[in-house]
Design a protein around this ligand. Sequence first.
Ligand code: MN
Ligand code: MN
Length: 468
Amino acid sequence: MDQEKEKSAGKLLEEQLTWKFPHIGKKAPKQTEEAAAFCEGYKEFLNQGKTERECVAKAVEMLEAAGYRPLSMTEKYRPGDKVYLVNRQKSILATTFGEEPLNKGVRINGAHIDSPRLDLKPYPLYEKSDIAYLKTHYYGGIRKYQWGTVPLALHGVVVKKDGEAVRICIGEQTGDPVFCVTDLLPHLAAKQNERKLAEGLKGEELNIVIGSLPFADEEVKEPVKLLALQILYDKYGMTEADFLRAEIELVPAQKAVDVGLDRSLVGAYGQDDRVCAYTALMAEIETKNPRYTTVTVLTDKEEIGSEGNTGMNSAYLRHYIEDLAELAGVRAREVLRNSLCLSSDVNAAYDPTFSDVFEANNASYINKGCVLTKYTGARGKSGANDASAETMAKVIAAMDNEGVYWQAGELGAVDQGGGGTIAKYVAQLDVDVVDLGVPILSMHAPFELASKLDVYNTYKAFMAFYKV
Ligand code: MN
Ligand code: MN
């Protein structure tokens, strides 16, 4: 009290009228331990879910263990009941039924589980100068030069001629071989160094080394390719034609690790947006008796514009809500109109090394909590959802009431670039939406950084959201 009295009139007025987002490490240092404990599960999720299919499989496992059952159109659901629905193995919806009637709206939390990577082309295998390679077509916005000389693991599924689906995973178990894209040595890179950074490695140079020994038979024209095929056949029973019925992806083989002497950061591939997927899933599972019915969506294809029938630009979310409405005997459009949604996705954390692409007052910072983003888009908010003041107020109140550390942030300075999320596709359904997520350093790189305090507070924000 004595200290309060000593403050000058200007200092008091400053405290009353101005606002700055606090640093969690300074304001609530005790959260450091809780956040670190929470992120042990997060790192495990990242290691087990490096593709959208693997994330869905892991989510089903976690939901089933928590008492969720597949949605049934013949069941009568009561508040507190928990259900889920898988969409084509690549996206998933989970619900906890609320106390309020469904036509009062649902609380949607949508995150995406696809991440930038190298996809195999449909006819990928070839041999050149006694080396066997796989041809790739990159998926999502990658900086191609970052993907050379990085150990990569092969993940995916092959549907064989007889219909059997075989899961593929090489490069994750201890002792597994890994794969990679080669790059030039500096001694011979003078000409390549002249290229623009965007072309440091070109799309058709992202070729994956998968073998170098031949099948020992002088009669065989491409013996290195044949040996690679023989190994794949022995392991998975697949032939070259089976690549045409496959989805196989190269992702960084690196496991999620702590970064920094203080272990304050998680370093891993695919944190955009599995960081929001994991925190959303945990909040969904931990929510026991919500006021409004929850709809947690882990979606696919965000990185290529939410396209396809597993992306948010398809009708699958609307159909799910129509199913819930039918079960409750209410009109789906009334449910949608009264609903509130978090489009949960990462944002670009302010990077002091590249400060000129940010506007410091409106950037998000690591260790200041989850980022609330009113609008995304580029060139004058083009392509943005642009949440209303009313929607902002609801979400801010939910977080403040529960003591969540959050901050506001734009994706970069005006006209420096931009990006989109699933927000606008949910808004198309006549739902109030706003973006919220975790600030990330080196977003879309093979190794991204997130602060454990931010991850933890994002989970807390999602818990708070399901309480309003
Ligand atoms: Mn994202
Ligand atoms: Mn992204």
